[in-house]
Design a protein around this ligand. Structure first.
Ligand code: NAD
Length: 481
């Protein structure tokens, strides 16, 4: 994207703008370290101006028909899919994931727009005779202006997963994209803006304010009592801070936070399928996904064989610039690479063996790290307690099913768990007792726009996608008559 593209500005009240006196921040390509664009740096007052626009257009927007909102979203879906290559190239440039994966993200991200176009015309409601006489009417109303804060690892899908249900429900929004990856969100917002304009719909419904001062801008917007909803996806630590701030205004919140997914391989598992599933669950976006398998627990009878096969599969992956066929792209920044070195050092210090990888693959530009398998990790190793968020797979051996289950659940997070077994009784028990909002049973991929995505425990509150995704933006109003 050209640095002088209007899309490097702020989108406030239907216009791309550069308020006087704002600085810029650089968006860097993590594979080449080249600057992709300089983006206008919103200040807190820009966040409030964006909220002004969201508030000003709220009444008109909620009075549009569900069918009009559905048709708008369907047209946006068609356009995004039609421009897949353009979106994918931008995702790869600012986030680093290989081009094929970026195309996958476009399909996944667009799917939220299609799904919520379909859901917009199915708002829940009820009319029934009240048991004690009279009538009860139960309506759904848009909850009100919403602040949507997104992470950098899925710059399109994390935005559409919030924007599409919010607009479908009749909410107007202020979007604060992650500062490493604001451009994809801007391109998406521009598509929505054009379709709003062409249909004569209010254009202030979707506002976008990239900033390098996330906490100041969020504080200003969340301190304004006209805001009624916060939807956040990101780390648990930042989510906790925002929940505290949200308490002041008793905001409705949807919190999609960090994961620490167990990947449990029982001794009757199909190991070919489990290794293929492990590649998907661990290595998408070079391990930088909230649903990344973080802890591999493998039953003693198959531990060596699984580890050897996983090692061979990791060693065969090509690491490099995702525009040129590599299967594993860069990490988002130098800090992330340092973190991988720390995880590997901690594993070694605890007696783990580095089966493959363990280091950056080459000198020069790019924040790369080799796919790494750590075998013989102790079940109580500290490195299992936090999100690795990179291409390092620690493998722990366990004995009984009970022990595996207990290890899998021994974490504060509960976003997703993966389990591999061919035995129906064991599978049933695992799906009943794994403490996570999502379970991949003999599958390494659970994300689906049509299904409820979200976690238990410290992985968050609420669900995105599926029917539940729309409900996050609806208020229930009951009329007694
Ligand atoms: P992050 O928490 O650092 O940032 C997320 C967003 O919050 C960004 O827009 C950032 O600018 C903003 N932010 C950061 N500090 C803030 C503050 N003090 N006040 C207000 N806003 C602030 O997370 P990240 O590094 O962008 O993303 C990685 C994290 O996101 C991982 O923990 C990952 O598991 C999680 N994640 C969760 C899901 C999910 O659905 N549960 C999906 C993707 C990513």
């Amino acid at each position: 994207m050209d640095t002088d593209s209007p899309l490097t500005g702020l989108l406030i009240d239907g216009a791309w703008t550069r308020p006087a006196g704002r600085g810029t921040f650089a968006v860097e390509d993590p594979a080449t370290l080249e600057v992709v664009a300089e983006v206008c740096d919103a200040r807190p007052e820009d966040g409030v101006a964006a909220l002004d626009a969201a508030v000003a257009s709220a009444q008109r927007w909620r009075e549009t028909t569900p069918r009009d909102r559905a048709d708008l979203l369907r047209a946006v879906y068609d356009e995004v899919v039609g421009r897949t290559d353009e979106f994918a190239a931008l995702i790869t440039a600012e986030c680093g994931k290989p081009l094929d994966e970026a195309r996958g993200e476009v399909a996944y991200g667009a799917d939220f727009v299609r799904w919520f176009a379909e859901e917009a015309v199915r708002l829940p409601g009820l009319a029934r005779p009240a048991p004690a006489g009279g009538t009860q009417l139960v309506h759904s109303r848009p909850v009100g202006p919403a602040l949507l804060v997104t992470p950098w690892n899925f710059p399109l899908a994390m935005a559409t997963r919030k924007i599409a249900p919010a607009l479908a429900a009749g909410c107007t929004v202020v979007v604060k994209p992650a500062s490493p990856t604001p451009l994809t969100t801007a391109l998406f917002a521009d598509v929505v803006l054009r379709h709003l304009t062409e249909r004569g719909l209010p254009t202030g419904v979707l506002n976008v304010v990239p900033t390098s001062s996330a906490s100041d801008l969020s504080a200003a917007v969340m301190g304004d009592r006209r805001l009624r909803k916060l939807s956040f996806t990101g780390s648990t630590a930042v989510g906790q801070q925002l929940l505290r701030t949200a308490a002041d205004g008793v905001l409705r919140t949807s919190m999609e936070l960090g994961g620490n997914a167990p990947f449990l391989v029982l001794d009757d598992a199909d190991l070919d399928a489990a290794v293929s599933g492990a590649l998907v669950a661990k290595m998408r976006n070079a391990g930088q996904t909230c649903v990344a398998a973080n802890r591999f627990y493998v039953q003693a009878g198959v531990a060596d064989e699984f580890t050897d096969r996983l090692t061979a599969a990791f060693a065969a992956l090509e690491v490099g610039d995702g525009r040129h066929g590599a299967q594993v792209g860069p990490l988002i920044d130098a800090r992330a690479v340092d973190h991988m070195h720390e995880v590997v050092a901690a594993g070694r210090a605890g007696g783990a063996r580095v089966m493959t990888g363990g280091d950056a693959p080459r000198d020069g530009a790019g924040h790369f790290f080799s796919p790494t398998v750590l075998a013989g990790v102790a079940p109580d190793a500290d490195l299992l307690g936090t999100e690795i968020f990179g291409p390092v797979a620690p493998v722990v051996t366990f004995g009984s099913d009970d022990e595996g289950l207990a290890l899998a659940n021994a974490t504060d997070e509960g976003l997703v768990a993966y389990a591999w077994t061919r035995d129906l009784d064991r599978a049933t028990r695992l799906t009943q007792q794994l403490d996570a909002g999502m379970i991949g049973l003999n599958r390494g991929l659970v994300s689906d726009a049509t299904a409820p995505f979200g976690g238990t425990k410290m992985s968050g509150l609420g669900r995105e996608g599926g029917h539940a995704g729309l409900a996050e933006y609806l208020e229930t109003v009951y009329v007694a008559c």
